[in-house]
Design a protein around this ligand. Structure first.
Ligand code: NAD
Length: 504
């Protein structure tokens, strides 16, 4: 059995470093250490923990070049993407939650509508040890977004990063420790799926999982067995609707970036481009020119390359197979369409025309630099196409009529629909990132995401404690029953709504 992960750069195949795998039978002891450390951390005020996030922010700012370098070597990302998608996004998240954490986690009163002498409030207490299982496509911002929020909520964290990006996780931990964190509060376990499974089995109190639908089903089942909460952020097949009045330049630029950033390895990537028949002939040539202009290559050699490699050979094979399947069923390659001879796992930025739903490229997650285009007549048909997928993470609408775009957006079954923009809402920490259908359960980011990392505990108290008893307590009495029977009509009968309206 392998004892180490050998890390190679996907852009050039060069060996980077070897990382020891955490033996699965040691994971429980790691979780136990986290649990001990969490007691003191959870006892701190939210304000003190927010102050720690500000310290992390200072270290991230100071070490931004180290982070980008690590991402380029380990993941092959273009430098701009390392800087914007990962460093800047994490700084934004740290800032939002450092500023807003106390407000979000302050106790919330609940107004009683019937038993008005009983007051209620919800207060938020850390769950304990949060497990984070992460993918390789955003190996810094995804796991460490959960780390920052989880720590603010008062939890200790154990991260199982992807086996394809272990070094980014080690660097992230180093940064948090440099900011002054107790090492037991943030630990990393390295390895493959069995180590992820050992983490779920190791006594954690909650799991945040980001990855594929197939693995999501397995981890959700394990969490269900253990009755621990589990947030699953899974795959996407985002449709982009280009309406007849879409602004050509902005839409073509947005689609090019939204489909090909991170070489298309984004859960929110445009994977189905639905273009209205009325604009198709004008729009498609503009898009194709933009894609042709992209520079593909190893970011170690040129800091301005736009598109990097796929993460591994397997991913390259999947993309190639889906493109070949589409072409064999009638798709036309407008640009790109094939893998690039090594070293590195590069696939040409690709636009496929004449795509139909019989092609796997319109139904299976591609996770590669391919924009499959469908010509569609009219908005109702576009909405029907958009909603055809079993996935529902992101969707996009392009139109000059923003109000109309919003109306269409509300008809699409996706966790988030953006009008005239792409991908960016993941970088808005205050907004929820959540899938519907098979794209997952629960949300990350947002006030709701932070509160969900806590136990929401309810306190209910009587403001008239000197009354010796309530009428419905023992001993039961027929006099009281008669009183209740008489009161029911008054409390719940038809006249009540009218009375409430008069009082209001
Ligand atoms: P994956 O499911 O193969 O792996 C994700 C993580 O789960 C890895 O760390 C892996 O080692 C671990 N794992 C594998 N088997 C496991 C098991 N049985 N028990 C516990 N852990 C296990 O996914 P991936 O290839 O790393 O990531 C790509 C997928 O992630 C795509 O489908 C993409 O859409 C999705 N994704 C979703 C979001 C989102 O926010 N919804 C964000 C990024 C990526």
């Amino acid at each position: 059995m392998a004892t180490h992960i050998e890390v190679h750069c996907p852009a050039n195949g060069q060996f980077v470093r070897s990382v020891p795998i955490t033996p699965a039978d040691e994971v429980r002891a790691i979780v136990d250490r986290a649990r001990v450390a969490q007691v003191a951390w959870g006892a701190k005020s939210v304000g003190e923990r927010a102050q720690f996030l500000r310290k992390v922010r200072a270290v991230v700012l100071a070490r931004q070049d180290d982070i980008v370098e690590c991402l380029v070597r380990q993941n092959g990302k273009p430098r701009t993407e390392g800087l914007i998608h990962e460093v800047m996004e994490h700084l934004e998240l740290l800032t939002y939650f450092a500023e807003e954490g106390e407000r979000i986690l302050e106790p919330q009163p609940i107004a009683a509508h019937l038993l008005v002498h009983r007051h209620s409030y919800i207060h938020f207490k850390a769950r304990g040890v949060l497990g984070v299982i992460a993918p390789w496509n955003f190996p810094f911002t995804i796991p460490f977004g959960a780390v920052a929020m989880g720590l603010l909520a008062g939890n200790a964290i154990v991260v199982k990063p992807s086996e394809f990006t272990p070094l980014v996780a080690d660097l992230g931990r180093e940064i948090y420790l440099q900011a002054g964190l107790d090492p037991d509060l943030l630990q990393i376990v390295h390895g493959y799926g069995d180590v992820g499974a050992a983490l779920i089995d190791g006594g954690i109190d909650m799991l945040e999982f980001t990855g594929s639908v197939a693995t999501g089903r397995k981890v959700a089942a394990m969490c269900g067995e253990r009755l621990i909460p589990c947030v699953t952020e899974l795959g996407g097949k985002a449709p982009a609707l280009v309406l007849a009045d879409a602004p050509l330049e902005r839409t073509a630029n947005a689609v090019t970036w939204g489909g090909l950033a991170n070489a298309g390895q984004v859960c929110a990537s445009i994977e189905r481009l639905l273009v209205d028949d009325a604009i198709y002939e004008k729009f498609v040539p503009v898009l194709v020119e933009k894609v042709k202009a992209l520079r593909l290559g190893d970011a170690m050699l040129n800091a301005e390359f736009d598109v990097g490699p796929l993460v591994n050979e397997r991913q390259l094979d999947i993309v190639e197979r889906l493109v070949n399947d589409a072409v064999s069923k009638g798709a036309v390659v407008a640009v790109g369409g094939k893998r690039v001879a090594g070293p590195g796992f590069f696939f040409e930025p690709t636009v496929l025309l004449n795509c139909t739903v019989e092609m796997d490229i319109l139904t299976k997650e591609t996770f590669g630099p391919v924009i499959p285009v469908m010509r569609v007549v009219g908005e109702d048909a576009m909405i029907a196409e958009a909603n055809r997928s079993s996935l529902g993470l992101l969707a996009y609408v392009f139109t000059r009529r923003t109000a109309h775009g919003r109306k269409l957006a509300e008809r699409i079954r996706a966790g988030t629909v953006m009008v005239n923009d792409v991908l960016a809402s993941h970088a808005m920490a205050e907004t929820p990132w959540a899938g519907v259908k098979n794209s997952g359960i629960g949300c990350v980011h947002s006030d709701e995401g932070l509160r969900h990392m806590c136990e929401a505990r309810h306190v209910n108290y009587d403001v008239l404690p000197w009354l010796s008893k309530e009428l419905w307590w023992f001993p039961y009495h027929s006099r009281h029953q008669a009183l209740f029977r008489r009161s029911l009509g008054g409390l719940f009968g038809r006249g009540v709504d009218r009375l409430k309206r008069i009082v209001a």
